[in-house]
Design a protein around this ligand. Structure first.
Ligand SMILES: [Zn+2]
Length: 226
């Protein structure tokens, strides 16, 4: 959505656009097109992350597809997962080229520490559904669906701050239509995050984090948009 509105803004300014600007736009369009060629990926800085405070550990490139989101695909969903393993194992399998899946982030149970393994502009194979992979960002949580003790306050808080920032970055509404469980992805045969995942608590933390961020960034302070 961000890319459409940006283009609309560029085109919308048409009446006042002089020839020089039109030429610059054409050049910009051409220079961008080559990124779209298959097998050509956008230049990026090694170790760069999308979320403040997270640690970068690269997933295997076999478990993702380089892309240029949100320009080539709109990002409008966050998918919540549970790893069904410990943190270290989850990191290890996402680095394994034979694993065939990876998520953008993994949040640790004990302290909420978060690693980013796939850049948000890239498509991670996490949802088991191509269209959903292309439109979403996946957050894994260390733990097992049948062990409620894994879902700690620190994990919920840390993940909620991350989800709130993702929603802010891509103008995604903070609601259960846009923040979904892996089990809610069409065609998914996975059950995570499972019945012990406390959606009510999580969503209230995400809204809280969103409102705090908008207050501290000098926003309107309007918290009535829950
Ligand atoms: Zn999952």
């Amino acid at each position: 959505m961000a890319s459409i509105s940006r283009r609309a803004a560029l085109i919308g300014g048409g009446s006042g656009v002089v020839l020089a600007t039109a030429a610059a736009l054409t050049w910009d369009k051409t220079s961008r097109l080559w990124w779209r060629l298959p097998g050509v990926d956008k230049q990026r800085k090694k170790g760069e992350v999308d979320q403040p405070g997270v640690t970068w550990i690269a997933a295997s490139e076999a478990n993702l597809r380089f892309a240029d989101r949100p320009d080539d695909y709109v990002i409008d969903r966050v998918v919540i997962h549970v790893t069904e393993s410990d943190f270290r194992t989850a990191v290890k399998v996402f680095r394994d080229p034979l694993h065939a899946s990876a998520a953008h982030y993994i949040v640790r149970a004990s302290d909420g520490r978060t690693v980013q393994m796939v850049r948000e502009l890239d498509v991670a194979y996490h949802a088991g559904n191509r269209g959903f992979n292309e439109r979403s960002i996946g957050i894994e949580h260390e733990g097992f669906v049948d062990r409620p003790q894994n879902f700690t306050e620190e994990m919920y808080r840390s993940s909620a701050r991350l989800a709130a920032r993702i929603c802010e970055r891509y103008r995604i509404p903070v609601d259960r239509e846009h923040i979904v469980g892996h089990n809610e992805v069409p065609g998914a045969d996975h059950t995570d995050p499972g019945r012990h995942w406390d959606w009510k608590r999580y969503m209230s933390y995400v809204r809280q984090a969103r409102d705090e961020a908008s207050r501290s960034s000098g926003g309107s302070g309007d918290s009535g948009k829950a």
